[in-house]
Ligand binder design. Structure first.
Ligand SMILES: [Zn+2]
Ligand SMILES: [Zn+2]
Ligand SMILES: [Zn+2]
Ligand SMILES: [Zn+2]
Length: 748
C-alpha cells in the first residue's frame, strides 16, 4: 500500500516536473515568438522607411531633371527673343548634341562588352534513374564548361549549374534543387557538378521536378548577350500533359502546386533571349519536348529548340554542345548587326539596370503572347474582287500641324503634340488571306473603294488584347509621320550640301473596321508599292549589298544628330530610297510604341554603325567612331576557333552599298512613288513649306477644284477637293482671311 502511495507520489511529482518543464518551454517559445514578431515588425518598419527614402530620392532626382530641362527650354525661348538668337540657339543645340554623344559613348562600350560575353547554365537531372551514367554526364558537363573557356579565350564567360531531383526526394535528405550561381570561376562550378554526381535521391515516381529547375535557371542573374542553357535529363516534368506514364505514376498529375506551367516557362526562356539545348537520353521526354518546342519557338523569333539525341554515345555529347555554343554566339552577332524589329526584340537588353529579354520588357510578367496562325496565299491580287464582300471602315489620318520649321532640337520631346488626327468614313475590300508574313506582321491586299486606291493592310502577328491593337496601329502611324517630317528636313540638308540623295517615307493611315472582331478591328494601311520591294534589313539576314543601305544608315545617324540625341529612326526598308515601317527609339523609351527600346536602341545602332560618305558630307559625328571596328575585332577574336568564314563576318558588318540615284519620293496625296527630276523646284517648294505631288494628283487637283462660300464673310474661295479627300480631312469652311483673323492657322 505504502509502496503504491510512494509510486503515486513519484508519478505525480514526475508529472508536475514534466508540466513545469512544458510550461517553461512554452513560455520560452512564446518569448521567442514575441521576439521574432518584434524583429519582423522592426524589419518591416525599416524596409518601409528605406522604400520611402528611396522614393523621395527618386522624386528629388526627377524634379531636378525636370528643372534642368525647363531651364534648357527657358534658355531656348529667351534666345528666341535676343538679337543674336541664331548663334545662341546653335550654341545650345550643339551643347545638347555633345552631351548626348558623351552619354551614348559610355553605353556603347557596354554593348560591345555584353555582346562578346556568354552566360551558360548546365541543368542536370541528378536522380537515381540517371545513376548509370550520371558520373559520365557530370564529367562531360565539367569538360564542356571548361572547354568553352579554352576554345573562346576572348569571350567573357560565366557558367552556372542547376541540379534537380524531385519533391519526395527531400525525405532522403537530398536537396531538391542544387544551384551554383553564375560565376567566372569555372573551376568552382565544375567542383559543384562533381559533388552532385555522387548524391542520387531515390525518386518515388517517374517524373522529376523539371519545372522547378527551369524556374530556378530563369531566376539566375543573366547578363550577357549570348545566353545558353544545356539541359540533360531522362525524365519528364510532373503533369500528365508532359508525359505518357499516366496519372498513377505521377504524384502530381496536374503538376506540383508550386510549378509554373512548362508552356509559360518555355516562352519565358525565349523572351529572356536564352538559347535552349536539350540532351535527350530516352523517349520519355518526347511529349515534354513537344510542348517546350511549341512554346519556345515563337513566330518570327530566331530561336530553335536544339535537341541532341545521345543514344548512349557519350562522346557525341561534347562536340554537340560546342557546336550549339558557336551557333548561339554567331546568332547573337548576326542579330547585333541587323536593325530589324524582330531581331531587336530577340536580343536581351538592359532595362532599368536589370537585364531582361527584349520582349519581356514589354509583356507582363509570365504573360504569354498568343500568336495568330493565318494561312498565307501568295498569288497576284484581283483588285476589284478582293475578299468576299465590301465592308465599311473608318480611315484615321495624321497631320503635322505647324510649319516644318517649328520643330527645333529642344522641342522634339513634345513632337507628338504637333500632330492632329482626323477620320473619315470609307468602304473597302480586303483579301481573304494575307499575301505575306513578315517578322512582325501579316500583310493583306486592301482596296479603298471610295478613294479608288490600292493598299496593303497590316496586322501584327501577336493577338493584342484590349486597347493594345489600336495603340499599336496608332503608334505605327505616329512613328511614320515623325519619320516623314524628319525625311523632309534631311532632304533639304542633303540637297543644300550638294548630295543629290533623298529619303522618303510612305504614308500610313489607320483603318478601323467596325464590323470585325476586336482582334482585327484595327490595321495600319499603306500604299501598295508595285515592283521591287527591298528590305535593307530583314529576318533572314542583313542585306548589306543592297544599293542604298548606307543612305538609310546615314539617315538614321542624322535623325539622332538633328534631334539633339532625343531619338533615332532605325529599322529601315522599302523601295529604293522610299522607306516604310521604321522604328523610333526615343530618349524617354516606349514613346513610339512597344518597339521603342529607349537609349539601348540608340547604343545598339551606334555600336555597329560606321560613318560613310553621306555622314561625312553632312558633318555628322559618331559618339564612338571606333566602336564598330572594336566590335568586329572582338567578334573575330571570340570566334577565332570557329568555322565561320571571313566572308560571313564581312557580310555581317559591311555597311557600304553602291550609291544609286536616290531621288524618289512618295506622293503626299495618293502615296505613289515618283522620281523628282527637278531638284530646284523641290527645294523651292519645300522652302515654302509645300510638298510635291505626283503628276496624276497634280492633274486631279486641278480638275477637282470647287468654289465654296465662306461661312464667315460669304466670299467665295477655291477648295482643292482632291487634296482634302486624299488627306482624309474635312473641307475648310472659312476663307484664308477669316481664318487668319480668328488667329487660327494660316496654312492648310
Ligand atoms: Zn517525381
Ligand atoms: Zn554615321
Ligand atoms: Zn499622287
Ligand atoms: Zn471669309
Amino acid at each position: 500500500m505504502a509502496d503504491d502511495r510512494d509510486a503515486l507520489i513519484k508519478q505525480l511529482q514526475a508529472d508536475l516536473e514534466t508540466k513545469k518543464a512544458t510550461k517553461a518551454r512554452r513560455e520560452e517559445e512564446d518569448a521567442k515568438d514575441a521576439l521574432i514578431k518584434k524583429l519582423q515588425a522592426d524589419l518591416e518598419t525599416k524596409k518601409a522607411t528605406k522604400a520611402r527614402q528611396e522614393e523621395e530620392e527618386r522624386r528629388r532626382q526627377a524634379a531636378r531633371i525636370r528643372e534642368l530641362e525647363e531651364a534648357n527650354r527657358a534658355a531656348y525661348r529667351a534666345a528666341y527673343r535676343e538679337e543674336a538668337k541664331d548663334d545662341r540657339i546653335r550654341e545650345l543645340e550643339e551643347r545638347l548634341r555633345t552631351e548626348s554623344r558623351t552619354d551614348i559613348a559610355s553605353g556603347i562600350r557596354g554593348v560591345v562588352r555584353q555582346s562578346t560575353s556568354v552566360d551558360l547554365v548546365a541543368m542536370m537531372d541528378c536522380t537515381a534513374s540517371m545513376e548509370s551514367w550520371i558520373a559520365e554526364a557530370a564529367r562531360a558537363l565539367c569538360f564542356i564548361i571548361g572547354d568553352v573557356k579554352e576554345k573562346f579565350p576572348a569571350l567573357a564567360y560565366r557558367a552556372a549549374f542547376v541540379g534537380y531531383r524531385d519533391y519526395n526526394d527531400g525525405v532522403m535528405r537530398v536537396e531538391r534543387l542544387s544551384i551554383a550561381p553564375f560565376t567566372s570561376d569555372i573551376a568552382s562550378v565544375q567542383a559543384h557538378i562533381k559533388r552532385q554526381g555522387a548524391i542520387t535521391g531515390d525518386a518515388p515516381d517517374e517524373p522529376e521536378d523539371v519545372a522547378g529547375a527551369m524556374s530556378a535557371a530563369l531566376g539566375l542573374d543573366w547578363s550577357s548577350m549570348t545566353r545558353l542553357v544545356i539541359h540533360v535529363g531522362d525524365a519528364p516534368p510532373h503533369g500528365v500533359a508532359y508525359h505518357n506514364y499516366g496519372a498513377s505514376c505521377d504524384n502530381f498529375p496536374h503538376g506540383h502546386p508550386d510549378d509554373t506551367k512548362i508552356e509559360t516557362l518555355a516562352a519565358s526562356f525565349r523572351e529572356h533571349g536564352i538559347q535552349y539545348g536539350f540532351i535527350k537520353i530516352n523517349n520519355s521526354t518526347d511529349k515534354f519536348l513537344g510542348v517546350l518546342r511549341e512554346h519556345y519557338e515563337g513566330a518570327g523569333m530566331p530561336f530553335k529548340l536544339n535537341v541532341v539525341e545521345l543514344g548512349g554515345d557519350y562522346t557525341a555529347f561534347q562536340p554537340n554542345v560546342s557546336r550549339m555554343l558557336k551557333d548561339s554566339v554567331t546568332s547573337t552577332f548576326k542579330r547585333m548587326s541587323r536593325s530589324d524589329k524582330a531581331s531587336m526584340k530577340a536580343l536581351p537588353l538592359a532595362v532599368g539596370g536589370k537585364l531582361i529579354g527584349g520582349l519581356g520588357a514589354i509583356a507582363e510578367e509570365d504573360e504569354e503572347e498568343e500568336m495568330r496562325n493565318l494561312e498565307v496565299e501568295k498569288k497576284p491580287p484581283n483588285w476589284d474582287r478582293l475578299g468576299d464582300r465590301v465592308e465599311r471602315a473608318v480611315r484615321h489620318t495624321y497631320h503635322f500641324r505647324g510649319g516644318d520649321k517649328a520643330l527645333s532640337v529642344l522641342e522634339w520631346e513634345e513632337v507628338n503634340g504637333s500632330f492632329s488626327s482626323s477620320k473619315s468614313d470609307t468602304t473597302v475590300r480586303i483579301s481573304k488571306h494575307p499575301f505575306d508574313k513578315g517578322g512582325m506582321r501579316y500583310a493583306s491586299y486592301l482596296k479603298d473603294m471610295d478613294l479608288d486606291l490600292k493598299r496593303v493592310a497590316k496586322l501584327p502577328l501577336e493577338v493584342l488584347e484590349g486597347g493594345r491593337l489600336e495603340a499599336y496601329a496608332k503608334a505605327d502611324m505616329c512613328t511614320q509621320a515623325v519619320c516623314k517630317l524628319l525625311a523632309k528636313k534631311f532632304n533639304m540638308q542633303t540637297l543644300e550640301k550638294g548630295i543629290n540623295r533623298m529619303v522618303s517615307f510612305i504614308d500610313v493611315a489607320v483603318y478601323e473596321f467596325p464590323d470585325r472582331p476586336d482582334a482585327e478591328r484595327w490595321m495600319t494601311v499603306e500604299p501598295y508599292i508595285e515592283g521591287e520591294y527591298k528590305k535593307f534589313s530583314n529576318n533572314s539576314g542583313w542585306a548589306s549589298n543592297e544599293a542604298g543601305a548606307e543612305l538609310a544608315a546615314s539617315f538614321s545617324h542624322w535623325t539622332h544628330h538633328e534631334t539633339g540625341g532625343f531619338l533615332i529612326a532605325v529599322d529601315i526598308q522599302g523601295v529604293g530610297n522610299v522607306y516604310t515601317d521604321p522604328q523610333i527609339h526615343s530618349k524617354r523609351g516606349a514613346m513610339f510604341g512597344e518597339g521603342d527600346l529607349g537609349r539601348k536602341g540608340v547604343e545598339h545602332f551606334f555600336a555597329t554603325h560606321t560613318c560613310n560618305e553621306v555622314c561625312r558630307k553632312l558633318g555628322l559625328v559618331h559618339p564612338d567612331p571606333e566602336a564598330a571596328a572594336r566590335m568586329e575585332a572582338a567578334m573575330r577574336a571570340a570566334l577565332d576557333d570557329t568555322a565561320i568564314g571571313e566572308e560571313e563576318l564581312i557580310e555581317v558588318l559591311a555597311m557600304d552599298g553602291t550609291p544609286g540615284s536616290d531621288m524618289q519620293i512618295c506622293c503626299e496625296l495618293c502615296g505613289c512613288i515618283f522620281v523628282v527630276t527637278d531638284r530646284d523646284k523641290y527645294m523651292s517648294f519645300r522652302r515654302q513649306g509645300k510638298d510635291l505631288s505626283c503628276n496624276t494628283c497634280r492633274d486631279n487637283c486641278r480638275r477637282d477644284k470647287t468654289q465654296v462660300a465662306c461661312s464667315e464673310c460669304g466670299k467665295r474661295f477655291p477648295v482643292n477637293l482632291h487634296f482634302y479627300r486624299m488627306k482624309g480631312m474635312d473641307q475648310p469652311k472659312k476663307c484664308r482671311d477669316c481664318k487668319a483673323k480668328r488667329g487660327g492657322r494660316t496654312r492648310d
